[in-house]
Design a protein around this ligand. Sequence first.
Ligand SMILES: Nc1ncnc2c1ncn2[C@@H]1O[C@H](COP(=O)(O)OP(=O)(O)OP(=O)(O)O)[C@@H](O)[C@H]1O
Ligand SMILES: [Mg+2]
Length: 265
Amino acid sequence: MASVPAVLIDGVSKVWNPEGVAPLLALDDLSFEVQRGEFVVLLGPSGCGKSTLLYMIAGLESTSSGTIECDALPVTGPSSERGMIFQEASLYPWLTLAENVTFGLGLRGMLAEKRREVAGKLLRKVGLGDMLDKRPDELSGGMRQRVAVARALAMQPMVLMMDEPFAALDVQTRAKMQDFLLEIWRDSGASVILVTHSIEEAIALADRIVVFTSRPGRVKCNIQIDLPRPRNPRDPAYRLLQDQLADLLADEVDRAFADQQSCKA
Ligand SMILES: Nc1ncnc2c1ncn2[C@@H]1O[C@H](COP(=O)(O)OP(=O)(O)OP(=O)(O)O)[C@@H](O)[C@H]1O
Ligand SMILES: [Mg+2]
């Protein structure tokens, strides 16, 4: 018997402002699955609905048609089973790192002493074990993103969603964060759904890359990546994949651009 997927997206469409003068079809009849423990990267041109999809999986927005299930249960609202990390780490500036990491556990009723112990463990895991009492404004952008990852992991989610989490970081920090994320992902057993614009980031991380068309977003193709990690950019198979993805994306970016021009005309 096939195992239940961590996330099932079945015939999902999203129309923004359906009752307004200009309804906008953002996603159209999208279907794919994310298996337990799988690392899926969503790649597609700007405006094709990637963030919209993450919001719907997170239960922060509803679908217009189709269903989203998590572990065979329909998504009807937010849940600690589905953690979300936004592009800019949204930490609470007035709390210490330890308090930020275990904020959700406090809401669940975990006692302060235990929370501090969990915070220490998770912050050590992300390389910030000696910074429990620092505040977010004392950290670099990369460090803040690591705290955001620790905070999401604290809830032990089944699915971790990340919306262009490293876009604001420099190339070197970004590469380090990718390595770090792969390590954390292996340990956690969670499924990851990560959005990026970077083909190289997608190849470095993914078990599978779902390429979206330009708006309305549909699944253009679904590519399994079987290359062993860490992936070597000099490997001919890596280069082939890079070219293939660049061609797929270029078509869609051209189309998105042409659409925008015709709207202006
Ligand atoms: N809250 C909203 N209300 C109305 N329209 C929205 C809303 N959020 C997004 N949209 C529209 O839906 C479409 C998809 O937006 P979305 O942010 O999901 O794209 P994206 O693929 O994440 O783009 P990017 O790569 O630039 O982040 C866009 O045309 C956007 O203008
Ligand atoms: Mg987006």
